[in-house]
Design a protein around this ligand. Structure first.
Ligand SMILES: [Zn+2]
Length: 475
């Protein structure tokens, strides 16, 4: 079984690719075939697979990647000193700043220039972080993992799918806010033009299209759902599931989407850097981490692994398949909570109870504690007369709630909202409500519910460390 897995590792794909016999489709096919088998593996078999893949990665990084040769030598280590994923603690974290400052030295010297595809992320509020995919392979592998997790809700390539993911459709100036792709199977709809005036035509178009799935950013799907609820519009009967990714999915969003569309809401968690991928289980709303994709550690504020179910830590992840630009112990700046126990689905994959979101999706209280947006009670009627909202923080312990009012918003609503939000945030956060005309989308067409201008760092022993971090790290 392990031998099969090796075929998706970068080194082998490079060798085969150099011979010109491994196009992207083969990478996809082999990765998908591996995932069909590995989901049945025991915990021990998965560990053996990861150990083997890690050993390949470290040998390669030491031999061919100058940055990692330096890291090993500075610590008087050789790859053989790291025998298991737990031994990774001997190596330092790789921060976004490290990635920015050392990118040329993170390129594997044994790959030709044509193997590198430059990719950036995090351009919306911070400094873009650049890194490399393996051209023709990284994206194909990603698709195999995505398809595998969407299989859990019955997705087939032939299915019609409405896509709400921040597209700006070229025909929008002519009043057509959508376009078809993938031989007519996907209907891409602009998230930049969804207004009270245009949404009726969006809904009309979706009904005509008869999609089996709606795929998109939760914040975009929520705009559609809230409009449907407000206007008493029923669900689309053909839709089997809403596939939500690229942003954190809040519990209030999940319940709103499930009720409005009358179907399962299925979410996953990953990043553009491709260091971690975890998808919801079909039997619960917990997330199964793909161990074939990367090694995931949850690191607490003391810089050490968190212990036990229910403990929250920063996701630190090592990609096991990208050999052109290895990212080892990459600090994702995302926080997640570990889950305990086995899953009823029978997979032995590690579990996350929740993905809490980016460090910047947290409110920092006056005591320097992190308050998760997940825990906030936004699923309350206090928001009924609010069209849009966004929490904004630039001072520790102080939060501004920007809201766009609906015409029906009254003074009583303002008092109720203030009371509800203050209660949710606790006594160590001072709330100010501010009325605004509009809350702009990010350049990627996402709506942010939290904007954190406090540069924060989770893994600090004491308080909040001030350093610049970028955002927009979900793919
Ligand atoms: Zn499961």
């Amino acid at each position: 079984m392990i031998r099969l897995g090796e075929r998706i590792c970068g080194r082998e794909s490079f060798t085969t690719k150099a011979l010109g016999i491994l196009p992207a489709y083969n990478v996809y096919r082999k990765t998908y075939a591996l995932l069909q088998q590995s989901r049945q593996w025991s915990e021990e078999e998965l560990e053996a697979y990861q150990t083997e893949a890690l050993s390949h990665l470290l040998d390669h990084a030491y031999e061919n990647v100058p940055y990692y040769r330096r890291v090993f030598e500075e610590r008087h280590l050789v790859p053989g000193d790291i025998q298991t994923p737990a031994d990774l603690a001997l190596l330092p974290f790789l921060t976004r700043e490290d990635l920015q400052n050392n990118l040329p030295d993170l390129k594997a010297r044994n790959y030709p220039e044509t193997a590198f595809e430059y990719v950036t992320t995090g351009g919306s509020t911070g400094i873009p972080v650049g890194f490399y995919y393996e051209k023709g392979a990284s994206r194909a592998r990603e698709w195999a993992f995505m398809k595998t997790q969407w299989d859990r809700v019955g997705y087939r390539f032939t299915d019609r799918c409405v896509v709400l993911r921040g597209y700006i459709v070229g025909s929008a100036r002519d009043g057509v806010f959508w376009k078809k792709t993938l031989f007519g199977r996907w209907l891409l709809m602009s998230s930049h033009h969804m207004t009270e005036e245009t949404l009726p035509s969006y809904i009309d178009q979706i009904r005509k299209f008869r999609p089996r799935f709606i795929q998109g950013y939760p914040s975009t799907a929520v705009i559609l759902a809230r409009y449907m609820v407000d206007h008493g519009i029923g669900p689309f009967p053909t839709v089997k599931a809403v596939l939500c990714g690229s942003e954190n999915l809040y519990p209030w969003q999940r319940s709103l989407l499930a009720e409005t569309f009358g179907c399962r809401v299925f979410s996953w968690y990953g990043n553009s850097e491709q260091t971690v991928l975890a998808g919801e289980c079909e039997k619960s709303t917990r997330y199964h981490i793909f161990p074939e994709y990367g090694i995931v550690e949850l690191i607490g504020r003391d810089g050490l692994p968190v212990e036990g179910p229910g403990a929250m830590g920063e996701v630190v992840a090592t990609n096991l398949t990208n050999f052109v630009c290895p990212l080892i112990r990459y600090r994702t700046m995302d926080l997640a909570t570990a889950a305990g126990g086995a899953c009823t689905c029978g997979r032995s994959y590690p579990l996350l109870e929740r993905v809490e979101g980016r460090v910047q999706d947290f409110i920092v209280t006056g005591k320097g504690e992190f308050l998760s947006g997940i825990a906030m009670n936004i699923d309350t009627d206090a928001f009924d007369n609010v069209k849009q909202f966004q929490f904004y923080q630039e001072k520790i312990g102080e939060v501004v709630l920007n809201i766009v009012k609906k015409p029906t918003f009254s003074k009583q609503d303002a008092e109720y909202l203030y009371w509800e939000v203050s209660r949710s945030c606790g006594e160590d956060v001072v709330i100010t409500i501010r009325y605004v005309d509009d809350i702009p989308l990010t350049p990627r067409g996402k709506h942010r519910y939290f904007v954190q201008d406090l540069p924060i760092c989770f893994s600090e022993r004491k308080g909040v460390k001030v350093e610049h971090v970028s955002s927009d790290i979900f793919t």
